[in-house]
Design a protein. Structure first.
Ligand code: SF4
Length: 87
């Protein structure tokens, strides 16, 4: 079960998570950062780094944010997938 980046990242994009991810599976879109669900190794390192508590393990995503599970997956299937984070 991968980790998921949710609504609080929108307008924040702090990117502290990017620095700790051991497999570089956090990507950046125009609005927010996204975790590639097929590349995440479920290590949990990113979760405590987020200053706005935007990151949850998939099974713990709050009910009102569940649509972000699909969003983090579908964004990589579209014509403009998120790229390497800007630093
Ligand atoms: Fe990267 Fe680990 Fe966070 Fe997955 S859980 S995005 S592998 S830091």
């Amino acid at each position: 079960m991968p980790y998921v980046i949710t609504e609080a990242c929108i307008g924040t994009k702090d990117r502290a998570c990017v620095d700790v991810c051991p497999v570089d599976c956090i990507y950046e879109g125009p609005e927010q950062l996204y975790i590639h669900p097929g590349e995440c190794i479920d290590c949990g390192a990113c979760e405590p780094e987020c200053p706005v508590t935007a990151i949850f393990p998939e099974e713990d995503v709050p009910g009102n944010l569940k649509q972000y599970i699909a969003k983090n997956a579908e964004v990589f299937e579209g014509p403009n997938p998120p790229g390497r984070p800007e630093r």
